[in-house]
Write a protein of this length. Sequence first.
Length: 285
Amino acid sequence: AAKAAGKNRFLRFHPDMMAALVQRTDMESGLQFALQGGEITVDFQPIVSHRSGQVVQFEALARWDRGAGRVPPSDFIPLAERTGLIRDIGLEVMSQAMAQLADWLGEDPQRSLAVNVSGVQLQEHDFAAKVLGLAETRGVAARQLVLEVTESVFFHADCDLIRQLSTLRDAGARVALDDFGTGYSSLGRLQDLPVDTVKIDKTFVSMVRTGSERLPILSSMINMAHSLGLTVTAEGIETASQADYLTALDCDALQGYLFSLPEPAARLEKALRRAEEVLGALQQR
Ligand code: C2E
Ligand code: MG
Ligand code: MG
Ligand code: MG
């Protein structure tokens, strides 16, 4: 009887659940083939400095173009992390990004390339060696690399993970704390983390409207980071007033749709020129 009941319970599986399960399994196997099939590509978004008036960095963002359309990173990155595929995808993104940006980076040692790194990748004992090896192969200097990690990476930080980051930093690469302000760690914890830059999350940038009473948080975040010797990038800049505001707070670098959308390598030059034009226009007012 118990068996029959169990069987019945199983049969009460809702058709919607079945569809969701099929879709997920389908996406999992799809992602495996996507890598081999060249469906994983990279878009680049410029990051500008108000001091130099130039694009100083590009952030590489993974893209998955399935025949049926584009799968957003917010869908496939978590899936890749669960299945461990993020290790190969992460290296593929770095490899493509280094190859596509090698010439631009080679023209000026101050320019850099930022790549997103998942905590799963940092758990590999040879992650740092792989990254540095790749950079050498691609002719990119380690000091021109920025590894973007989120606060959650440090939540269960063990010595191995810290060692990977230290090896990279010792070689000259920098570490940026991505989506800063959205995680659990306090401003006070910042000085204990092996990071060189904070990237202020777009939710804070979107608070910039005339008269918002929460703006002191933004200026505290920037002042605190600066007093610890860190540089600050603001992400998600969509309006001129946000750019003005963050520049007035002495934010070191700005990134967002106002300057340029993330673009494929073929439109890199266009994205770069547009971003510098927008910055120039802002500075002329
Ligand atoms: P992220 O690293 O914080 O990247 C910034 C995200 O904000 C990107 O979304 C970018 O397209 C978007 N963005 C840029 N400017 C603006 C703006 O002005 N307004 C708004 N609303 N959004 C803006 P995207 O490309 O969808 O990527 C989402 C997230 O997926 C990334 O957030 C990152 O956490 C993750 N991701 C992307 N590529 C990779 C990768 O190669 N490896 C890993 N581990 N994660 C990745
Ligand atoms: Mg990022
Ligand atoms: Mg970010
Ligand atoms: Mg973000």
